[in-house]
Design a protein around this ligand. Sequence first.
Ligand code: MN
Length: 492
Amino acid sequence: MVEIMTENKFDYFINGEKNKWEVIIGLEVHAQVLSKSKLFSSSSTKFGAEPNTQVSLVDSALPGMLPVINQFCIEQSIKTGLGLKAKINRHSVFDRKNYFYADLPQGYQISQYKNPIVGEGEVILDMPYGTKKIGIERLHLEQDAGKSIHDMDPENTFVDLNRSGIALMEIVSKPDLRSPEEVNAYVKKLRSIMRYLATCDGNMQEGSLRADVNVSVRKVGDIKYGTRCEIKNVNSIKFMQMAIEYEAKRQVELLEDGKAVDQETRLFDTKKNKTKSMRLKEEAHDYRYFPDPDLLPLEIDKSLIDKLKKTLPELPDEKKDRFMKIYNISAYEANILVSEKEISDYYEEVIKQADKKLAANWIMGDLFAVLNKKNISIARSPVSPKNLSILINLISSEEISGRIAKEVFEIMIEKDDNPKVIVESKGLRQQSDPIELEKIITEILTKNKDKVAQYKNGKEKLFGFFIGQVMKSSGGRANPKLVNEILKSKLK
Ligand code: MN
């Protein structure tokens, strides 16, 4: 039995019959450039249009067509490169990658091969066991292909060329990933960086982010990499993780049986949760890469790179450091709050006038629960940052208890009212008048003389009972701190 083991919380390895193995993973992420028009034509990239309505002569590869580079897509790739702390190559080349497929009317894909636009960079992951640096090998620009539709007709395959020619950034990681969890963190971080930069919307359901996953295994302690398989075009993080687990086990079983792993391209079958062979891995020379004679090499001015550098927003890593330092919140909290720019914006809006720690708790707890339940993003939060900050201030100033605050919050979800108004209209203000409280407490102690006697005889657990009675009788409004003090002095 080959099984995935976690020896402690953090180690990930595969326990075979004979040896312990580790899995080596590298990702080729295809990220669709956020751009209104395609890489070499002015056709729209809008998602969800009728098939073949966003196709120019260039995209359909009619004879005589000539590609014209879209400068905006170049700028988007440079920005992404800068966000990955990568080297921007001022000289790069577009090559033709030749292959035949019905949804590739040109008979080749314009891509970059030996000279990509972006070189080595890095992505920092925050794992439970600390930060880990994942190397970026390169980022190159290329065209997307069209889509073959096999399930519309039993006898025919249809081709939709709307995607044909859309700009993709292929971001190739170094084989630095060691577990499905790291892959999860890596894809999320990459997506977060690109969303901050507004260079890719990261929408996996719409295919804006897909990955080819390279998986190999080796015995723990070995230095040489094993033979890898590439799982093509996986479009969700969950599937990436499942594919890696399956594939790693499969390879370990083969090797322990004395067989070899074939270098091949595989597909992940999302119904059977298995990878299956698609074809033996073609070598690069099979694609007959050569520089596209229709396109000049791309020469980028240093001034353009400098200009784009100045437009970069504060990115998640920097923001996280600032949040921890200035707002005095934990790394865990900061990580979550900066994971999406909208979340960090919301948080910073709330804490303009509210306690920073309480705000973090409320956003990550109660607010996220509501957003998850309603399946909406924080940008569409039913509770405005302004009203949440007022609610938090009512707690800080002890005008309402945490329990009552939750009640008020429930009402705010339905209608984003000022919590002060809700508290007043429902009479929820905390009861902090010592004379009033004393009256209630005396009443309860008189009603429960037997329990008071028991308490005085050493049954101290009953203190909680008295508190509960007071809270009940005050409709949950009694100031717990005061109740505590008064009760203690009365029971002495
Ligand atoms: Mn590619």
